[in-house]
Write a new protein. Structure first.
Length: 112
């Protein structure tokens, strides 16, 4: 578990000019390092839709698992090696084949 002192990071005078003031305009028209965008992702000013997004992702993932049969494209095992990045992407993208289960047309009718 990693605990980050967000309060200290947001108020570091070595990183921010006038570190104790809320100034979103400091990012306008400037290329910003991703590490400096952390203030927009946590605390009172975080994304207002984060709670809804977390619930929708759970429902969507559950629906994909329930409504489809999944299998690997090739005979090799799935490579779980992590790539480089903040969100730990896969080094080799996952390729899978899906087939709708028999009951899906009754639940999700095809209406065009």
């Amino acid at each position: 578990m990693l605990l980050v002192n967000a309060w200290e990071i947001h108020r570091d005078p070595k990183v921010w000019d006038d570190a104790t003031s809320f100034k979103p305009e400091r990012f306008e028209g400037v290329k910003v390092e991703p590490s400096k965008l952390m203030p927009f992702g946590i605390g009172r000013r975080s994304c207002p839709g984060a709670g809804l997004a977390q619930r929708v992702v759970g429902v969507a993932l559950g629906s994909l698992i329930q409504c489809f049969e999944w299998e690997r494209v090739g005979p090799e095992e799935v490579d779980l090696t992590e790539g480089v990045g903040l969100t730990m992407p896969k080094a080799v993208p996952l390729e899978a084949r899906c087939k709708a289960r028999d009951f899906v047309p009754n639940v999700l009718p095809n209406e065009a």
